[in-house]
Write a protein that binds this ligand. Structure first.
Ligand code: SDX
Length: 433
């Protein structure tokens, strides 16, 4: 038996089958079971895909035990403090950091695609005034194939690249327009003279009535938060984008599917849910009661922003955001932020509580991010939109990687069936109930 293989023995038939172990650059090997059903007539069962590698990828690596996150091999801690968001976007899309010429070209291309087709304003105007911005984002992004259908051949690399760039450029414009729709202000057009994050702040907070210059503090904070949220391996929303894309669906529809998946409170919707939770807890004195609720199996309450499918150590992104929280709140003269103080206290209590320690539940990326967004004046219902703006880069990178793979096949999982065995149709006279 080869050392780089696994033998599976069916004890019922006594037959054994050998399967190769596939090893990546770093990380655990994976047993290739593509022939298992053909050999042994059995499926594997892994609900939630706890131990299932769905694809090959060279984009992001996570070590959940060590709390390590690499984008194309670069540690998140270095990128977060040294790179610009578009520099990281280029890295994730193309595999390496751009030189200055390439970065200038990329920034120029992205900025020239930030405007929306003017007819999209009619679409946006049709939403109820208090529509959740994620509902608007999901709907409008899904509609983009109706406007930008000149490059939808998903098997053409140039078409894939222009659609990816359009998405990175236009999602912030749509996100800001959703906010303006909510607050009843006129949509602000993008400005080509502003950097990506400053342009987003302009589209969010500028009005036609007076000059507005985005604060450098806010721009720097957004740049860091967008980098930290840009990609995260095969998370639920990225896997949704890949599954949708595997059928050959157009990229705008695939990213809309990713936005829908991200919206769930167990995923990207957690950042909004954290602030709702902190507001509900209100005071540190109430923390013990809510900790008990979080530990009570019969109580649906969970400590939002805590726990992670992969990280069984501190989420490296949460560590960085917590540090930035201090800095941003001090710089925004919001140093006595009761929500932040409460979050810090909840973390301190949880990390010394056996329930959380035994289950290795630590703060994740969503635990502190909303506190910074709130300090920047971004409303709570826009927090997951912020996550989606950043994660669009990771989604399009994975979509490009998958569609560029000649071995890509439609994703089609199987099941364990518990329904009724074969039975004959019954006339009304013989039906019960
Ligand atoms: C993101 O996958 C990614 O990479 C996602 C993400 C990304 O960048 O794309 O990192 C972004 O989605 C971060 C996660 C944001 N979600 C939340 O903060 C919501 C709260 N967290 C939980 O819902 C939960 O921790 C998940 C969904 C994040 C992970 O769920 P798992 O891996 O399925 O773990 P589980 O639900 O099986 O929990 C294991 C145990 C259970 O207890 P037991 O049944 O073993 O007794 O831990 C408990 C859970 O009840 N538990 C919690 C808890 N999280 C897990 N108990 C209280 N509060 C929590 N937050």
């Amino acid at each position: 038996m080869a050392k780089d293989s696994v033998t599976i023995t069916h004890n019922g038939t006594g037959k054994s089958f050998e399967y190769a172990l596939k090893q990546g650059t770093i990380g655990p090997p994976a047993v290739d079971i593509t022939a298992l059903y053909r050999d042994a007539g059995i499926f594997t069962y892994d609900p939630g895909f706890m131990a299932t590698a769905s694809c090959h990828s060279a984009i992001t690596y996570i070590d959940g035990e060590q709390g390590i996150l690499l984008y194309r091999g670069y540690p998140i801690e270095q990128l977060a403090t040294k790179a610009s968001f578009l520099e990281v976007a280029y890295l994730l899309m193309h595999g390496d950091l751009p030189n200055e010429v390439r970065l200038d070209e990329f920034e120029h291309v992205i900025s020239r695609h930030t405007m929306l087709n003017e007819n999209l304003k009619n679409f946006l105007a049709g939403f109820h005034y208090d529509a959740h911005p994620m509902a608007i984002l999901c709907g409008v992004v899904g509609s983009l194939s109706a406007f930008y259908h000149d490059s939808l051949d998903v098997h053409d690399a140039d078409h894939r690249l222009i659609s990816a760039r359009r998405l990175i450029a236009k999602v912030p414009t749509i996100a800001a327009a959703a906010y303006k729709h909510n607050v009843g202000e006129p949509i602000m057009y993008p400005r080509n003279d502003l950097r990506y994050c400053a342009n987003f702040l302009h589209m969010m907070f500028a009005t036609p009535c007076e000059d507005y210059e985005p604060s450098l503090i806010a721009e720097k904070a957004l740049n860091l938060l967008f980098i930290l949220h840009a990609d995260h391996e095969q998370n639920a929303s990225t896997s949704t984008v890949r599954l949708a894309g595997s059928s050959g669906a157009n990229p705008f529809a695939c990213i809309a599917a990713g936005i829908a998946s991200l919206w769930g409170p167990a995923h990207g919707g957690a950042n909004e849910a954290v602030l709702d939770m902190l507001e509900e807890i209100g005071d540190v004195g109430n923390a013990p009661k809510y900790m008990d609720k979080a530990k009570d199996k019969d109580d649906p309450f969970r400590l939002m922003g805590f726990g992670h499918r992969v990280y069984k150590n501190y989420d490296p992104r949460a560590k960085i955001i917590r540090e930035v929280c201090h800095q941003v709140l001090n710089e925004l003269a919001d140093a006595n932020n009761p929500m932040f103080d409460l979050a810090l206290k909840l973390e301190e209590i949880a990390l010394s509580d056996d329930y959380f320690v035994e289950r290795r539940l630590y703060p994740n990326v969503d635990f502190y991010s909303g506190i910074i967004y709130q300090a920047l004046g971004i409303p709570r219902n826009m927090f997951t939109v912020m996550f989606a703006v950043a994660r669009t880069v990771g989604w399009v990178s994975h979509w490009m990687e998958m569609m560029g793979d000649p071995n890509n096949r439609i994703g089609r999982p199987r099941q364990i069936y518990h329904g009724p065995p074969t039975r004959d149709y019954l006339p009304f006279s013989q039906r019960s109930g």
